[in-house]
Every structure is written in C-alpha cells, then in structure tokens.
Design a protein around this ligand. Structure first.
Ligand code: 13P
Length: 264
C-alpha cells in the first residue's frame, strides 16, 4: 500500500526569515501527527534554514532543481551531492517552468525556455539524484493546446519514456512522478479529479510497460496544479492519485496544513 505524499513547491518565494516563520507555524500545526509523508521544497538559499527546523520532525526537505554533473565549472549550478550534503531527500526535475513550457518571461527564449530543460537533461538529472540517494519528483504534463489536440497521453508517455531512459524500476522505487497539467498551474483551473486520476492511472500503466507491474506499483504518482484546501480531499480520494505537488497554497502554513490533513 503506497503512503500518500504531499510536497510543497515554494518556487521562487520566501526569504530565509519568511521560510523559517512559515515552517515553524506549519510544524506546530502538524505536531499532532501527520498520516502521510510531507516534504517542502524551498529555494536553494532557504534549504539549510528549513532543514534545520524540519530535522526533528518527520517532514522531509526537498529541492526544486539540480545539475547532473558532480562538480566543476558550471556557474550557478548545484549538484546532487551538494543537495544530499544539505539534507535534501526529494528533488523536483522536469517541472514545466524549468522545461520552459510555462511561466516564460518576456525574453526571446521561445525555442528553449530560459532554463532550457529538455527530456535529456531531465533524464541526466534523475540519474544523478538516484546515484546520491535523493528521490526524484519527475514532472510530466500537457499544455492546453496539446490537451485540445487530444495529445495528452502521447505527450506524457514520451516524457516518461525519455525521462526514465536507462533507469530500472528497482532503482526508481523511491522515486515519484508528478502529473501537472501545464494549463492548471497557478491558474486556479484544477483538472477534474476523475480526469486527473485517469491520467495518473495511464502514467502507472506506462511505468508498467517500461518496467513491470510490480515496479510500477511502488512509485507514487502525485497530482499538481491549483491544489488547495478546498479541493485536496476530493483529489486525494481518487484511486490513482497518491498525493499532491502544491505550489501557491504551500506558501501559507494554514492552507498547506489543510491539504496535508486531506491526505490520510
Ligand atoms: P500551483 O499549486 O500554484 O498551481 O502550482 C503547481 C505547481 O506547479 C507545483 O509544482
């Protein structure tokens, strides 16, 4: 039986002082005991302050990105071993914002997105994380035009096959897949829960095709995209949804706590 998992993705929000205040409040609220796994992914600079506060709890620290090389002349980058050293247990890879499929600034980066994430770099990052014992949270999802063009399943299957290329199921047992429809991120438009569950089921079937049913059954598959206290219960009650990857609502301790409480 897979344990539910709720992950907060703070994106580019929170100074260290704000991060500490948010985590302190949240930890007090969940101190009665949480019945699911929880992780918080702050920006790199707040990882150490967040990890210090979470160390004495069951809540894990995550990161939002990683570079795949071990070390060297890669200005601005952070490696998986640096994340492991900082106490990171989970790391997001292939988020639609880093893939450049969402949230583009008004800069001429149309062809690559400004972080230039591709299926190949997602795969390299996933491998680097697994080598360091960090659980990847591999994000997949379709844009609105892909959904309207009935390409949802094809796009996601291609992202999974490329992102997991050369990785075997046993290695990925602690890994996580997050289904985040690009059109539902930060828009307030949640994917209907039966449809979100259908896509998560399709993702598990694809994992079974890539590996086998047993390996596929171990991986947690989260839904992300405008998850809130008000819709979390219905989403998490769906048979194929193992929890949530939460953006905006994870920045407010009370709201994040409501979401965690819905994941029993
Ligand atoms: P929102 O919850 O703000 O829609 O963001 C979802 C997301 O991108 C989490 O990674």
């Amino acid at each position: 039986m897979r344990r539910k998992l709720v992950v907060g993705n703070w994106k580019m929000n929170m100074t260290r002082a704000e991060a500490a205040a948010c985590v302190e409040t949240f930890v007090e609220q969940v101190s009665a005991g949480q019945e699911c796994d929880v992780a918080i992914c702050p920006p790199f600079l707040a990882i150490s302050v967040v990890h210090d506060l979470l160390k004495k709890t069951q809540i894990k620290t995550g990161a939002q990105d990683v570079f795949w090389a071990e070390k060297g002349a890669f200005t601005g980058s952070v490696s998986a071993s640096m994340l492991a050293d900082a106490g990171v247990s989970f790391c997001i890879v292939g988020h639609s914002e880093t893939r450049g499929r969402f949230g583009k600034l008004e800069v001429p980066a149309e062809t690559t997105g400004y972080f230039a994430e591709t299926d190949l770099t997602v795969n390299l990052k996933t491998k680097a994380l697994l080598e360091r014992g960090i659980s990847p949270i591999l994000c997949v999802g379709e844009t609105l035009s892909e959904r309207e063009g009935l390409q949802t399943d094809n796009v996601i299957q291609a992202q999974l096959k490329a992102g997991l290329d050369g990785i075997d199921g046993a290695e990925f047992a602690e890994g996580v897949i997050a289904y985040e429809p690009v059109w539902a991120i930060g828009t307030g438009m949640t994917c209907d829960s039966p449809e979100a569950s259908r896509v998560c089921g399709m993702i598990r079937a694809t994992l079974a095709e890539i590996w086998d049913e047993d390996a596929a059954s171990r991986v947690r598959i989260l839904y992300g995209g405008s998850v809130k206290g008000a819709n979390a219960h219905e989403l998490f009650a769906q048979p194929d949804i193992d929890g949530g990857l939460v953006g905006g609502a994870s920045l407010v301790a009370d709201e994040f706590h409501r979401i965690v409480a819905a994941a029993k």
